[in-house]
Design a protein around this ligand. Structure first.
Ligand code: URQ
Ligand code: ZN
Length: 578
């Protein structure tokens, strides 16, 4: 699948020539020793012993891996939420992303109730375009249902290059949709060939549990966890998959936080459902025991929804599933709030702005917990940090691979170097880091975005607004190939049958229908019988007509398979095109 030319926008900045020599290229499907030559924002050559073109900067990558830049599938830069605004804006947040080896983010545009989706989209573009330092795209939220929403979804798909829409089963009264609204949303999303994203937690149950916690006098961050137990996430994951499959819409579960929901996704995939699962840096790198910390700020710093799970074996388990293919992609849900913002909920956990960091540290955390533990190899690392996202969101092979013609979003990755994560040294605006003190092997030593070196020797060289909005075509093969075949073979069955023409119950007793059989001339006496009127009372010669008012046919006693005509028989028509 190549990206249509109308979706390939021209880089905004002057480009350098860069030759990376002596490294090992790692793609999701294979790795090999090769040089990589970049010019004008594009990978121009991949091969051994490339000649250095005039004016090219040469980078010695001996002992290093050359990998596609990371794609963070889930961020909320400068998001207005819970009475405040996330502190990492599109500038600071994307700068930090680049320092950590992520060269693209997909942020969330979340309309407020009643706000037209198209207006929200324009607003988010207005916020992001002048600030982003790396390429970006947007998921648009279907945060309410009503007049104009379906039309806006279609317009965003057809005119703006949006191919993913986010729904919430939590945040009651703010973003939450009811089941019938989910069904309607899925249906429109499917009709357009886009992907449905789901925040899966049961918002009604959370509301009741929250009241219960408060009645019990629990007001600290541990109340956040206990009001949103694992089952509340798992139930919603299951329900969202069920509803999406009724609408035959491909589904992507954001933020897989628990073993239970990961298992639901894995089982559904085993049954052939088109569903993807996105664990995040937080759920892979830390756990929910922090909610019980005596230090309020520390505990509140981990508040996010769904919460981290207190079972300390959860991160390892999620990593296992990510390694074996049951889960496919990683994001961060980066949505950061400083101490004073978290303090909005100092006496009431339900007022603590939800969100944690991750955009800068995701790549290192996954390398440390996934590759250094032997759970996955470098190619799988590339798949889950970049390539699979590019495929699912239909940007492949423009993004997510080192090959000729791809965008020059490239990271030179030192697989053995280490760094210690800290709020004191990170490039994010937030004053807290959930991975504080974690030593990670795997460090981005050089990051190249759109063919420009933006991170080298621990220094950022970014330009505000240099990032581009990346429009994404519809019908991503990764999500739709199976679905489009199923649409043809799994059409609903309609049975052609004679209408029921017997008596019908009324409060006054059964009444005969005023029914005139096709091609037959009725006489009043044929229809004056009461319930149970036998064929005898009709006075018709059944042997001659082969027709019965009870629906019986003259050959009903002859054994045969079926008298019905199916519009689309199970097994399908023979005209399917693959
Ligand atoms: O839940 C989310 O995705 C948003 C709205 C931010 N909060 C969070 O817990 N990450
Ligand atoms: Zn989120």
């Amino acid at each position: 699948m190549t990206t249509p030319s109308k979706f390939r926008n021209v880089p905004k900045t002057a480009q350098a020539r860069i030759l990376i020599k002596g490294g090992k290229v790692v793609n999701a499907d294979h790795s090999f020793y090769s040089d990589v030559y970049i010019e004008d924002g594009t990978i121009r050559q991949v091969g051994k012993d490339l000649i250095t073109p005039g004016g090219a900067k040469v980078i010695d990558a001996k002992g290093m891996l050359i990998i596609p830049g990371g794609i963070d599938t889930h961020t909320h830069m400068q998001m207005p939420f819970m009475g405040t605004v996330a502190v990492d804006d599109f500038y600071q947040g994307t700068k930090a992303a680049l320092a950590g080896g992520t060269t693209m983010i997909i942020d969330h545009c979340l309309p407020s109730k009643g706000e037209p989706l198209m207006d929200a989209y324009e607003k988010w573009r207005g916020w992001a375009d002048p600030k982003v330092c790396c390429d970006y795209s947007l998921h648009v939220g279907v945060t309410w249902w009503g007049d104009g929403v379906a039309e806006d979804i279609t317009a965003l798909c057809q005119e703006k290059g949006i191919n993913s829409f986010k729904m919430f089963m939590a945040y009651k009264g703010i973003f939450m949709l009811k089941d019938d609204e989910l069904y309607k949303s899925y249906s429109v999303i499917k009709e357009n060939g886009a992907l449905a994203l789901m925040h899966a937690e049961n918002g009604d149950v959370i509301e009741e549990n929250t009241k219960k916690m408060k009645e019990l006098g629990i007001s600290g961050p541990e109340g956040h966890l206990q009001s949103r137990p694992e089952d509340v996430e798992k139930e919603a994951v299951n329900r969202s998959i069920c509803i999406a499959s009724q609408a035959q819409c491909p589904l992507y579960i954001t933020k897989v936080m628990s073993k239970g929901s990961a298992e639901v996704i894995s089982k559904a995939r085993g049954e052939g459902k088109v569903v993807f699962g996105e664990p995040i840096a937080a759920s892979l790198g830390t756990d929910g025991t922090h909610y019980f910390c005596k230090n309020w700020r520390h505990a509140a710093g981990h508040v996010m929804g769904p919460p981290l799970r207190p079972d300390p074996t959860t991160p390892g388990y999620l990593m296992d599933l990510l390694a074996n293919g049951d889960l496919q992609v990683t994001g961060t849900d980066n949505c950061t709030f400083n101490a004073d913002q978290k303090a909005l909920g100092k006496d009431d956990f339900s007022q603590i702005p939800n969100g944690v960091n991750g955009v800068e540290d995701r790549m290192s955390v996954i390398w440390e917990k996934g590759v250094m533990t032997g759970k996955m190899d470098a190619s799988r690392f590339v798949a889950v940090t970049s390539t699979n996202a590019a495929k699912i969101f239909n940007m492949y092979p423009r993004k997510g691979v080192i090959q000729v013609g791809a965008d020059a979003d490239v990271v030179i990755w030192d697989p053995v170097a280490t760094r210690v994560i800290s709020k004191d040294t990170h490039h994010q605006a937030v004053d807290f880091n959930i991975f504080e003190g974690m030593e990670c092997h795997g460090v981005a030593v050089v990051t190249i975005s759109q063919g420009r070196i933006v991170w080298e020797d621990g220094q950022l060289h970014v330009t505000q607004g240099a990032g581009r909005f990346i429009p994404r075509p519809l019908h991503a093969p990764e999500a739709y190939n199976k679905i489009l075949i199923r649409d043809k073979v799994n059409q609903p069955i309609k049975i052609e049958r004679e209408p029921y023409d017997g008596p019908i119950w009324t409060p006054d007793g059964p009444q005969a229908q005023k029914y005139v059989p096709k091609g037959a001339q009725s006489s009043p006496e044929e229809f004056n019988g009461q319930r149970g009127a036998s064929s005898k009372s009709s006075g018709r010669d059944l042997h001659k007509s082969g027709f019965s008012l009870s629906g019986r046919q003259h050959d009903d006693t002859v054994p045969h398979r079926s008298t019905h005509k199916a519009l689309a028989p199970p097994g399908g028509k023979s005209s399917i095109m693959f």
